[in-house]
Write a protein that binds this ligand. Structure first.
Ligand SMILES: *Cc1c(COP(=O)(O)O)cnc(C)c1O
Length: 313
């Protein structure tokens, strides 16, 4: 089922004098161009999950998210387009379907929103809770928060399979690790995967180990894969959705120069990390692919709430 074509996701060369002087070539894999709302990796992660809905003859998808979740909007929109139902379990009993643009959009796309306490939300991966939800929302296929499951990972393998140049390193922002694990599974030999976790104190390898082992039950393979990764844990800017003026200025300058939008939650931090590592001389003589995971909603939110415009071109 092809709801969104990934044809638009081009590989764009970044022309930068400093990079050229260091014999570095940088390309951006523009998954942000797949779709505005079902952006980037969110569609990659949903694709095979939505296919499962059809295979298992379910009526719709039930999933989980916070008040500003890119994943919730993406799920609502993709399900609407696929002609199936969607249910969102939202963290925060004080919220309603008019609380913000994300939630308004979700309900416009026909998603039924159930607002639960933080306590209840913590049960999001609990089997018993899932069976309770299945009683309430009959015949729905349950997708974890952030699309973080086997099918989500498999969908992200396609990102790498679409790249037809030779390269030494890949850079990507990391949330649940689903995208990075998918990329890692398809990564060519002798290539490094550079991870930029956007959460503070995030244990990348433990999280990836869990997802990979749970999916393949092959610990040896998991360790071999993890050996190909480099974790850059110092670019979270204080934690999820945190930022400072340094990051804002970097994004503004980058987007203006290269006409590529970034957000302050994910891709801005990852690109900032890449440029900093270049400055430190850690990437000389390399061809690098930056996977642009999309998610420009974060930037729009900043514009609406704080009046800070990140992307102007
Ligand atoms: C959700 C999201 C991520 C995180 O991806 P994971 O698969 O959860 O690691 C990265 N970038 C953007 C733009 C996102 O919206």
């Amino acid at each position: 089922m092809l709801l969104y074509s990934t044809e638009n996701s081009i590989l764009q060369f970044i022309d930068n004098e400093n990079f050229t002087n260091r014999n570095i070539r940088l390309f951006v894999k523009r998954d942000d161009l797949i779709d505005l709302e079902v952006s980037g990796n969110k569609w990659r992660k949903l694709k095979f999950n939505i296919e499962q809905v059809k295979v298992l003859k379910k009526e719709g998808v039930l999933t989980f998210g916070g008040a500003f979740s890119n994943h919730l909007v993406a799920t609502a929109t993709a399900c609407f387009k696929a002609g199936i139902k969607s249910v969102g379990i939202v963290r925060g009993e004080e919220l309603n379907e008019y609380s913000n643009e994300t939630l308004i959009r979700c309900s416009q796309m026909g998603m039924y929103l159930k607002f639960v306490s933080r306590e209840e939300y913590r049960l999001k991966n609990d089997k018993l809770y899932h069976s309770e939800l299945s009683d309430e929302f009959k015949n729905h296929y349950i997708v974890p928060e952030g699309g973080a499951n086997f099918y989500g990972m498999v969908g992200c393998q396609e990102i790498i399979n679409e790249i037809d140049i030779q390269y030494d390193s890949v850079f990507v922002a990391q949330g649940t690790t689903t995208t990075s694990c998918g990329i890692l599974l398809s990564l060519p030999d002798h290539t490094k995967l550079h991870l930029v976790p956007v959460l503070k104190g995030f244990d990348s390898h433990t999280e990836m180990r869990n997802l990979l082992n749970y999916s393949f039950f092959d610990e040896e393979m998991t360790e071999e894969l993890l050996a190909k990764t480099v974790v850059h844990s110092d670019y979270h800017f204080g934690g999820y959705a945190n930022y400072n003026s340094d990051l804002i200025q970097f994004i503004q300058k980058f987007s203006k120069t290269y006409q590529i939008p970034l957000d302050q939650v994910y891709t801005g931090k990852a690109m900032y990390a890449l440029f900093s590592e270049v400055e430190k001389g850690n990437l000389d003589n390399q061809t690098i692919v930056f996977v642009h995971t999309g998610g420009i909603q974060g930037a729009k939110f900043l514009e609406e709430k704080e009046g800070i415009i990140l992307n102007q071109f």
